[in-house]
Ligand binder design. Sequence first.
Ligand SMILES: Nc1ncnc2c1ncn2[C@@H]1O[C@H](COP(=O)(O)OP(=O)(O)OP(=O)(O)O)[C@@H](O)[C@H]1O
Ligand code: SF4
Ligand SMILES: [Mg+2]
Length: 366
Amino acid sequence: MSVIPDIKELSDPVELPQGEKIKESLDEDISIRDHASTDMKSEILVVNDLKMYFPVTKGLLKRKVADVKAVDGVTFSIKKGETLGLVGESGSGKSTIGNCVMRNLVPSGGKIFFDGQEITNMDKKGLKLLHKKLQMITQDPYASLDPRMTINQAILEGPRINKLGTKKEQEELVERMLTLVGLNSEFKDRYPHEFSGGQRQRISIARALAMSPSFIVCDEIVSALDVSIQAQIVSLMMKLQEELELTYIFIGHDLSVVRHLSNHVAVLYLGKIVEITTAEEMYDNPLHPYTKALISAVPIPHPTIDRQRQRIILEGEIPSPIDPPKGCHFCTRCKYADTRCREEEPELKDVGGEHFVACHKIAELN
Ligand SMILES: Nc1ncnc2c1ncn2[C@@H]1O[C@H](COP(=O)(O)OP(=O)(O)OP(=O)(O)O)[C@@H](O)[C@H]1O
Ligand code: SF4
Ligand SMILES: [Mg+2]
C-alpha cells in the first residue's frame, strides 16, 4: 500500500517512463532555442518551437480546408520556483499553450520538456504519472468542480485514482489541503454551490495541491473574481509558491496582477511571442509597439500621474489565426508599419539584458 508522504517529500523528481534525454534532443534544435537559457539544471520546463494548429474542416467528409494557427512557433523556458506570466488579447493562444504544456493537447509541432524529460508525445501511462507533478487551475472553478461531489471527494479524486494513501491518510490530506488554502476543514462535506467564487477557487487550488505538484498552469484564475478577492488569491498563490517551491505559468488579462506574480512575462500576439523579458523590464521598458499599447492601459495607483499618462489606443480587432497577416502579424494595427513589415516576418531578437523582441523597427522606435 502506498502512503501519502508530506508535500515536501512528494516534490522529489518523478521517474517518467518514457522520453528521450533533453540534452540530446536540444543539441539538434539549439538554433531555435537561442533565447532560452542554457542552464538546463534549474529549468523545469522547456518549450521549444511549439505549434498547435487546429484543422478547419468542411462538408460531410470533413475535408481539411485550413488551419487555425493558435500557437505558431513559441519558445520559452521556466526555472524551478519561478513564474512566467503570459499576456495578450483574447484569442492570442495563451490557454492553448497551457493545454499543450499540460498535454491535454498533442502539439502539432515543436518539443516540450518537463524536468529533463520530453513529454511532447508521451503516452497515457506516462501522462498519468506526469499529472502528479503538473496541474492546471482554470478561470471557472464551478466548471472544474463536479457539483455532485463534496469538497472531500473533489480533493481526493486525484489521490484515489492514483491509489495514494490509506483512508486515514486521505482524511488527513483533505484537512491539510483545506488549511493550506485558508478554508475551514469542517467544510469538507459540503458541495461546491455552498461556497462563494473566491472559496471555490481556493477549493480548486486545494484539489490541485492534493497531488503535490511541482508545477501549476494557472489559467485566468482570478479573472472572474472581485478585486478584493483577487488580491487574496494572488497572495495565497505567492505564499504557496514560496512554501512548496512551486513553479507557475500564470495566464492573465490583468497586466498589473501578472506583474505582481511573475519573474518573466511573455506577450503573445496571434500565436507568437512578440516580446519576452523580466517582469520589471517589461513594465518599465516595453519595446514592442503592441506591448507599449497594452502597458499604457494599465492603471497607475496615483490619480494625477494616471490622468497625465498617454494611452495608446489599439484600433481594430486581432485578425483571424486562420489567415494571419503576411509579414509582421501586428502590421494591420501598427501605426509604424511599412512595406518591409508587411512582407517580412520579424524574428524574436535578443536586445540584451534578458530582453527579446520581434519588431523590425526596434532601434528606430526606442
Ligand atoms: N479546440 C479548438 N479548435 C479550434 N480552434 C481553437 C480550439 N481551441 C482554441 N482555438 C482557437 O485558437 C485561438 C487561440 O485560443 P486560446 O483559447 O488559446 O486563446 P486565449 O489567448 O486563451 O484567449 P482568451 O483570453 O479569450 O482565453 C483562438 O482563435 C481560438 O478560437
Ligand atoms: S515590425 Fe513593423 S508592423 Fe511589426 S510591430 Fe514592428 S513596426 Fe509594427
Ligand atoms: Mg484562454
